[in-house]
Design a protein around this ligand. Structure first.
Ligand code: NDP
Length: 328
């Protein structure tokens, strides 16, 4: 029998955790041949709610599920972990300064990085979803010196999928015909959804769209502000679509990108495209052999350059702030 993969979800009682846990337990994260041991990490106050989620998961009688554990102890949660989905985070509340937000999250993601460093399996892969996701991933990676840096990523796949959806709606193209879209920078309103290399059925997407005003005035802000629009409409933040993107991110990481296409993920920069080395920034990436690689050699036009630089400047500021706070 195959050893079960250990998959840990933090914030397992939260909205995204609730949408994610069932999909993982049913085999949608690692495929139909890989049994899963699911661990839900929660803060002590939310452990009873997470235990309720575990009861519901039990009640699905998923054949691939080896079992569900609920804990508030990071060391136990990450012992032997193969896939760590760091979803739980301290949300920004009214009147909260950025420094307070970063401090609160440093107190979560620093110890979690250390627990991953101490106990994770040698093939561990980490996806940070909890915001500010890029900088939380930066903090976690800084506390895990023995884990290769390329195992720490943050999620911009939802932004990527949102961009594909907007382009499909505008052009009527099939999703499978849309390729080479890219999200650059921070998972925040400064992100840059980039159509300049995108293709639709092999044709440049910008030729198919043929409307620069739509690209700059509608497409980019719609993608960047989609989260706020969903909160406005639903009265709650996006959850199932975020969970879906987390599944996509890990599946692509493991299974690879199709030939000729790429996806978007925030990965530790190697200095490509002028993004300072070590920052966790979104890039167009390919996946193969279980590794994400930044797509090399793309030309950035002046507008793209400006947009990438602006978002990266925000990441640099966040890095300076966490350094000043002694969080890394
Ligand atoms: P959600 O499950 O809705 O969101 C969790 C995190 O994902 C938030 O930081 C949220 O950011 C972020 N996120 C990133 N991308 C998206 C997106 N596209 N749409 C929505 N959210 C996104 O939050 P809940 O409050 O429902 O649940 C959080 C849970 O985490 C709670 O149960 C809490 O107890 C737990 N928690 C666990 C910790 C731990 O295990 N140590 C530590 C801290 C919290 P944003 O806030 O910007 O929406």
């Amino acid at each position: 029998s195959v050893t079960p993969a250990v998959v840990t979800v933090t914030g397992g009682a939260g909205q995204i955790g609730y949408a994610l846990a069932f999909r993982i337990a049913s085999g949608q994260l690692l495929g139909p041949d890989r049994p899963v041991r699911l661990r839900l990490l929660e803060i002590p106050a939310a452990v009873p709610a997470a235990a309720g989620v575990a009861m519901e998961i039990d009640d699905c009688a998923f054949p691939l599920l080896d079992g569900v554990d609920v804990t508030s102890d990071a060391t136990a949660a990450f012992d032997g972990v193969d896939v760590a989905l760091l979803v739980g985070a301290r949300p920004r509340t009214k009147g909260m300064e950025r420094g307070d937000l970063l401090s609160a999250n440093g107190g979560i993601f620093g110890p979690q990085g250390a627990a991953i460093n101490a106990g994770a399996s040698s093939d561990v892969r980490v996806l940070v979803v909890g915001n500010p996701a890029n900088t939380n991933a930066y903090i976690a990676a800084a506390h895990a010196p023995d884990v290769p840096k390329d195992r720490f990523t943050a999620m911009t796949r939802l932004d990527h999928n949102r961009a594909v959806a907007q382009l499909r709606q505008r052009t009527g193209a099939a999703v499978d015909d849309i390729a080479r879209l890219a999200i650059w920078g921070n998972h925040s309103a400064t992100q840059y959804p980039d159509l300049t290399h995108a293709t639709i059925g092999g044709r440049p997407a910008l030729d198919v769209v043929d409307d620069e005003a739509w690209v700059r005035g509608t497409f980019i802000p719609t993608v960047a502000k989609r989260g706020a629009a969903i909160i406005e409409a639903r009265g709650a933040s996006s959850a199932a679509s975020a969970a879906n993107a987390a599944i996509d991110h890990v599946r692509t990481w493991v299974d690879g990108t199709p030939a000729g296409d790429w996806t978007s993920a925030a990965v530790v920069s190697d200095g490509s495209y002028g993004v300072p080395e070590g920052l966790v920034s979104s890039f167009p990436v390919t996946a193969s052999g279980g590794a994400y690689t930044i797509v090399p050699g793309l030309e950035l036009d002046a507008f793209s350059r400006e947009r990438v630089d602006a978002s990266v400047a925000e990441l640099v500021e966040e890095r300076e702030a966490v350094r000043a706070l002694g969080l890394v």
